[in-house]
Design a protein around this ligand. Structure first.
Ligand code: XMP
Length: 517
């Protein structure tokens, strides 16, 4: 049975990071709303209470009954989690004079406490709290202090219950991962057996059991998540999985053809639908970014549904939904605040059940699983690409001619990024493509004067966009080498007919966004 640690989420922005850190320790975990503890789940080995935007004194503060949890599992409270338990069991929490925020050092700590095994003197921790614990409950003892925070950590006497007011999950807590390791492995007994190989093995077995002889439909986008989901399902049910890949005509140069080939090589049963003409005719003359998006979204669902309806005996619709999609979709009271927009009305129309085999994985774990299954690196390492495709990179109305110009320029830029490598400190090479989160070219509704040979030109301008990011929530423009930019600019102007000017977008997100529309 897959062991798991439950992280009860009290709404902190860093709750997901706690999950990440545990996964990095090859320990499976689930983040659940603070009041949704799975009391009947025999695979739980420990519990973490997260931080919260609330003070324990706020009337709306989240409160949880720990009576069935304390004594049964090891517990670690982090920040609000620590303050909440302290207050619940008779200690005192008060507003700190000033918000305790930033780096601090553990001046003294209980060296033989299992939570601090391997800790250095003065270990740096990250503080971020407005309240502070001023008295701990009777029977609890202080096990760490900083210059400003007396009760930086406590433990209940002879009980596996700890609270830390700092954030071990934060990058700036130098030994935070060690603390989480001490908790997960030494205290909770994690076998650290969460790995891509074990995931593939257990998931394929579960899918076989769950799906039996049923037929499943899956929409492929060419992106990493849906491709990995398809290969997993293919391993479990083979040809009973039918994949549908819709070409809306706004993909990259040759992408539809190349990706179809990749899918066939992977042994997937794929129906490729070229609906370019439908999309071009519906988009004709439309310049408004939101209208373009709506037309493409609706058109996509229409084409996908029509194709799916032909598969009469399908029982399931599979999706490449991943964990961050779901966490964003649920707030901590468990209410859906953003529904999955890519499902459309198909599940109801065809009476399909949803199958989401990647729903517990983070993006980089999806990539590790794909590699584990032997998927080619160019498919696994692909940059994200927006659903509406090049439509949001052509400012103004869309025509097949503009798409063709943009595809050429984009192809030169992307190929260039793949071919240009820089040396790492260990002597290995990494391509610029792998160094950036995402890149593309934008066709601007601007013409400018140029000169080619003896001729005056009056042609279009394009912007190059390349960003670094970890999650697309924020991004910085990539500081690409000047030599590379000079080469790409030359190549585009010399080879793409109709373009005589290349600019580089140096805006970060926020306040700009990654896409221009
Ligand atoms: P922005 O432009 O909001 O983009 O900074 C953030 C990330 O989301 C991608 N993106 C989309 N992906 N459908 C998608 O599947 C869309 O409509 C869409 N719009 C933006 C964008 O490429 C970037 O990775």
């Amino acid at each position: 049975m897959q062991q798991k640690i439950i992280i009860l989420d009290f709404g902190s922005q860093t709750t997901q990071l706690i999950g990440r850190r545990l996964r990095e320790l090859d320990t499976f975990c689930e983040i659940l709303p603070y009041d949704k503890f799975p009391h009947d789940d025999p695979s739980v080995i420990g519990v973490i209470l997260s931080g919260s935007p609330y003070s324990v004194y706020d009337p709306e503060a989240f409160k949880v009954d720990l009576s069935r949890i304390r004594g049964k599992y090891p517990i670690l409270g982090i920040c609000y989690g620590a303050q909440y338990m302290s207050q619940l069991y008779g200690g005192r929490v008060e507003p700190a004079g000033t918000r305790e925020y930033g780096r601090a050092n553990l001046r003294s700590f209980e060296h033989d406490n299992p939570l601090f095994k391997g800790f250095d003197e003065n270990s740096q921790v990250w503080m971020s709290h407005g309240d502070t614990i001023t008295a701990i409950p009777e029977g609890f003892r202080c096990i760490a202090s900083t210059d400003k925070v007396q009760y930086a950590a406590y433990q209940a006497a002879d009980e596996p219950l700890w609270g830390v007011q700092f954030h071990p999950e934060a990058y700036h807590s130098a030994q935070g991962t060690l603390l989480l390791r001490n908790f997960a492995v030494d205290i909770c007994g994690s076998r650290q057996d969460w790995s891509p190989a074990s995931f593939v093995e257990t998931t394929v077995a579960e899918l076989k059991a769950e799906l039996g002889d049923d037929r499943v439909i899956l929409g492929l986008s060419g992106g990493v998540d849906s491709s990995v989901a398809a290969v997993l399902l293919n391993k479990a049910i083979g040809d009973r999985l039918t994949c549908i890949f819709v070409n809306h005509g706004l993909l990259r140069k040759n992408e539809f053809r190349d990706v179809m080939k990749d899918y066939e090589c992977l042994g997937l049963n794929v129906i490729g639908v070229d609906a370019s003409e439908k999309f071009f005719s519906e988009l004709k003359g439309v310049s408004d970014p939101e209208k373009k998006r709506k037309i493409i979204g609706k058109g996509f669902i229409d084409v996908f549904d029509a194709e799916a309806m032909k598969i009469k005996d399908a029982r399931w619709l599979a999706q490449g939904t991943i964990y961050p999609d779901r966490i964003e979709s649920l707030n901590i009271t468990g209410k859906v605040i953003k529904s999955h927009h890519n499902v459309g009305g198909l599940p109801e129309k065809m009476n399909l059940k949803l199958c989401e085999p990647l729903k517990w994985l983070f993006k980089d774990e999806v990539r590790r699983v794909g590699r584990q299954m032997g998927m080619p690196e160019h498919l696994i390492g692909r940059h994200p690409f927006p659903g509406p495709g090049l439509a949001v990179r052509i400012l103004g109305d869309i025509t097949p001619e503009k798409v063709a110009v943009l595809q050429e320029a984009d192809d030169i830029f992307i190929r260039g990024l793949r071919e240009w490598t820089t040396e790492n400190p260990d002597g290995t090479q990494t391509s610029l493509y792998d160094q950036v989160w995402q890149a593309g070219v934008i066709l601007l509704p601007v013409q400018s004067v140029g000169v080619m040979g003896d001729e005056r030109t009056y042609e279009q301008a394009v912007a190059l966009r390349a960003v670094t990011s970890t999650d697309a929530m924020s991004a910085d423009w990539a500081h690409l080498p000047y030599g590379f930019m000079a080469k790409v600019s030359n190549d585009i102007i010399n080879h793409v007919k109709g373009v005589n000017r290349v600019c580089y977008d140096i805006s970060s997100k926020p306040p700009a966004t990654i896409e221009w529309e």
